[in-house]
Design a protein around this ligand. Structure first.
Ligand code: HEC
Length: 166
């Protein structure tokens, strides 16, 4: 008797493929959104105003360390990115040589301000008075390291965790 390929096999294979696809789609990265901090600041509300007003609004509201709590896995990712993205090339916690000391930075700045600084340092150097003062002091603006919004969120959680102390 010749071997007839059972039609059930193809069907089972297709089921498996569909199942794997379903599993793959379900496993999405958690969205690191900290609605608490976004709600606590004027971020987004000054879009229609001048860039300077928009920048000034970023500094309004509670400081990042007051407005949010570091989520451990995000902070761990942020720590890894801090190294991988090259932030360590200029920044340390505890020293201020070529760039600001990042110790306590989450207690000095709002979450919205920090996010913008990490995402768009050039825009901040142009429009934000706090950043302009730092550029003047250090003689160089911060580099744009092409950080994504998810990466910036993780970096923010890392900075907040560092401020919380060991
Ligand atoms: C080429 C050097 C350089 C690199 C690389 C760099 N920075 Fe900066 N950073 C600066 C300088 C200089 C300033 C101050 C002037 C400015 O903001 O433009 C600054 C400012 C900051 C501030 C604000 C500090 C304060 O006291 O308000 C934060 C937060 C920060 N950087 C985070 C980062 C993170 C996160 C990365 C990595 C994604 C990074 N920086 C990469 C040089 C650097």
């Amino acid at each position: 008797m010749t071997c007839v390929r059972s039609p059930g096999r193809t069907a089972r294979f297709l089921m498996l493929v569909l199942l794997l696809m379903a599993v793959g789609c379900g496993r999405r990265e958690p969205q690191p959104s900290d609605s608490k901090s976004a709600a606590g600041t004027a971020e987004g509300t000054a879009a229609a105003a001048s860039p300077a007003a928009e920048a000034a609004a970023l500094d309004q509201g509670p400081r990042a360390a007051e407005a949010m709590e570091a989520v451990a896995p995000l902070a761990a990712t942020g720590q890894m990115l801090f190294d991988a993205k090259g932030c360590t090339g200029c920044h340390t916690f505890g020293e201020s040589d070529t760039a600001p000391d990042l110790r306590g930075v989450a207690s000095r700045r709002t979450a919205a301000w920090l996010r913008r600084q990490i995402l768009e340092p050039e825009w901040m150097a142009e429009h934000d008075s706090l950043t302009r003062a730092m550029v003047e002091h250090y003689g160089v603006p911060m580099a744009d390291l092409d950080v994504s919004t998810d990466e910036a969120a993780a970096l923010l959680h890392f900075l907040v965790r560092e401020d919380a102390g060991p």
